[in-house]
Design a protein around this ligand. Structure first.
Ligand code: ZN
Length: 238
């Protein structure tokens, strides 16, 4: 009898353990759950047809063409910059700001092992990126987008320490995975909803080519793109 009861409770223990391990793994890799940190991934209620185009991993030589396209349609965007890239392309970083867009933090070096870093290492990645952006923009960015969208309890602690907002996305272009610009454009268009935060990377020609289709489509549908700060009514800088 005792063994029987023990057997049942052990089985329940296993079920609960597996559920929590599963949830943790899921929360780590799906930023939209906001499992560890309050994460902004779209604007829920809104009167206007607004989206927020966002670009990760730049600035790069492709950023200037992205800026030119945004200017043509009078759209505003948010660029989640890698600190190292900001150092390599300070003039493009300044262009982003001069043209009225917002810059957010996307770590200093975009480590592949981001999900496995210690809290102190994450803070260092955040602070080094903040400092470089601050040197060019004159202000500390308030928005942070984790590399690969990874969040875990240590990332949560680090972000609490640097007092930044985590910005995710609701519409992912998969522009680093899909090789064809037409498919990238159609994927974003198919999922498009007002209030979306749309994830792109300003690091390839195919993204530029996808934008050449998407931006006129947005305009025709009556959408405007605004910066994340405007979409969410948050401060972009400290
Ligand atoms: Zn990235």
């Amino acid at each position: 009898m005792l063994i029987g009861i023990f057997g049942y409770s052990f089985a329940w223990f296993l079920v609960i353990l597996l559920l929590s391990v599963g949830l943790t793994a899921w929360g780590t890799f799906d930023i939209r759950l906001g499992y560890f940190i309050p994460t902004f991934f779209r604007k829920k209620s809104h009167a206007q047809r607004q989206v927020a185009l966002t670009f990760d991993d730049g600035p790069s030589p492709y950023t200037a063409e992205v800026l030119q396209l945004l200017k043509t349609y009078q759209f505003k965007a948010t660029f989640f910059c890698i600190g190292k890239q900001v150092s390599a392309y300070p003039h493009i970083t300044r262009m982003i700001i001069d043209e009225g867009h917002t810059i957010g933090n996307h770590t200093y070096s975009h480590p592949k092992s981001f999900g496995f870093l210690k809290e102190r290492e994450i803070v260092t990645e955040l602070e080094r990126c903040n400092l470089i952006i601050q040197q060019i923009v004159g202000k500390k960015p308030q928005f942070f987008r984790p590399p690969f969208g990874v969040t875990n309890p240590l990332v949560a602690k680090a972000v609490q320490y640097t007092k930044q907002h985590v910005i995710g996305w609701s519409n992912r272009s998969l522009d680093t995975v899909i090789g064809d610009d037409d498919k990238i454009y159609r994927r974003v268009r198919q999922k498009l909803k007002s209030g979306d935060i749309i994830l792109f990377h300003d690091t390839s020609q195919r993204t530029v080519d996808a934008l050449k289709q998407l931006l006129p489509y947005l305009q025709k549908q009556g959408y405007i793109s605004v910066s994340v700060d405007d979409l969410l009514n948050l401060q972009g800088y400290e």
